[in-house]
Design a protein around this ligand. Structure first.
Ligand SMILES: [Cu+2]
Length: 223
């Protein structure tokens, strides 16, 4: 999937993941490199006294404090960074600006119910650039409504509503993007195939589609 098709929240997560990986790689190279170097440098040799720190030639306190300080700063920085990214997941967009879609998971598909009573099965169309709130429940067993490209998912539990929100990015050429919807809770033999499409289209096209569905009242889904 091209970078521009990903929502900013997912791009931020990807960048953060890469940053964490690079820092981890550098730290691992440093730690393992020094470990090997000191092991070779301090190996037992005839006629030399056996002390753990002779390779440094001085007290180890300064090195210990320096490494502890660097580690603390890095870990604290990463913790703050991930917490800042989480704010998007903590606060849903205002309901007045959002399109609310009811999602019902069942063995083994998803159905989508729009505010104007249009219902679709296996396919969810949304406008780009507008916050979408999914109101997620299940009509049989526990499922999970997941949008891997958006890096979000939420449990679909019978008798209970959980909400999840996204904003699909507007494509520069006003094209339509198809994302994947998957169930992320082992829910029976059809679990693997519990996949639906999330189709993000320019708002004018979306409205046209939604109105055409109302006029023909094309009911394809359950609930
Ligand atoms: Cu499922």
């Amino acid at each position: 999937m091209s970078q521009q098709a990903l929502p900013p929240s997912a791009v931020d997560w990807n960048n953060f993941f890469n940053l964490t990986s690079y820092i981890g790689l550098i730290a691992a190279a440093l730690v393992i490199g020094l470990m090997v170097y000191w092991a070779i440098n301090n190996r037992y040799r005839k006629g030399r006294p056996v002390t753990a720190w002779q390779g440094l030639g001085r007290a180890p306190a300064r090195e210990a404090v320096t490494f502890a300080a660097i580690s603390t700063i890095l870990l604290f920085g990463l913790a703050v960074g991930s917490y800042r990214l989480n704010t998007y997941l903590q606060y849903p967009p205002p309901i007045s600006e959002s399109l609310v879609i009811d999602v019902t998971a069942f063995q083994w598909a998803f159905s989508f119910h729009y505010p104007n009573n249009v219902t679709t099965l296996d396919e969810c169309r949304i406008p780009t650039g507008q916050p979408i709130i999914f109101n997620v429940t299940s009509s049989d067993v526990m499922h999970n409504f997941g949008l891997p490209d958006f890096k979000v998912k939420i449990d679909a539990i019978p008798g209970r509503y959980n909400i999840l929100w996204i904003t699909a990015p507007t494509m520069p050429d006003n094209s339509t993007m198809t994302y994947q919807i998957r169930c992320y809770e082992l829910c029976g033999v059809g679990h693997t195939y519990m996949i639906a499409s999330l189709i993000a289209m320019p708002p004018s096209e979306f409205n046209q589609w939604l109105n055409s569905q109302t006029s023909s009242m094309n009911m394809t889904g359950g609930s």
